[in-house]
Design a protein around this ligand. Sequence first.
Ligand SMILES: [Zn+2]
Length: 257
Amino acid sequence: MRVFDSHAHFDDEKFDLDRDDLIQEIHKNGVERIISAGYSLEGSKKAIELANKYDFFYATCGISPNDIDGMKLDDLRKIYNLAKENEKVVAIGEIGLDYYWNKENKEKQKSFFIKQIEIANELNLPIVIHTREAVMDTIDILKHQINCKKYGVFHCCPLNIELVKEALKLGFYISMAGPITFKNSKNAEEIINYVPLDKILIETDSPYLAPEPVRGTRNNSSNLKYIAQKIANVKQMNVEDIENATYNNTCKIFEIK
Ligand SMILES: [Zn+2]
């Protein structure tokens, strides 16, 4: 059994009291690798710090659409440099559009998204996409405005079948998180069935989005088993096969040996 948490935020202050102990425990309990996702300049630096501290951690760096306030496009040079100078940065992300939390700066969000895809292309890296209530604009950018050289992943993919279909057509992977286990997520099963196993990643997005049956608690990578189990149930497969396949998919898209 090999388990890869493709997206988590162990730099979060919710882990300040027990971060190192918890990480060791998770690793001992079978989560073999973890990607620490950046979302701001500070967050990207912290993700890289974790990746440098633990050999089983990798990092992404990027500015999320909810962290662009007060930033200029020029500031993205810093993301370029961080990604270029640190070997364990495996992608640019999380980047994208979020009209749920921020409706007032859509044009700025779009320009930061596009610019960071350019950076990923320059560095030959895939991207990790965060998109919320912005399906049409996200797809429009990826389809008509800029090509992603190395494609990437829709992290915590919104459970929207049209988005999933377009994402797969464009060559992206779909990362499934806690919400696929939630009792009120109407179309989770349709989407799990639709996405071929060789395109699925799994993630916790810790400390957020703890899956059922631990929904509402501080999430950590040990809970990945509930997400894998849900996929296994729907696809009528063994949970070990889901864990192995998603582990291999994660290594493949992020070019981790
Ligand atoms: Zn995240």
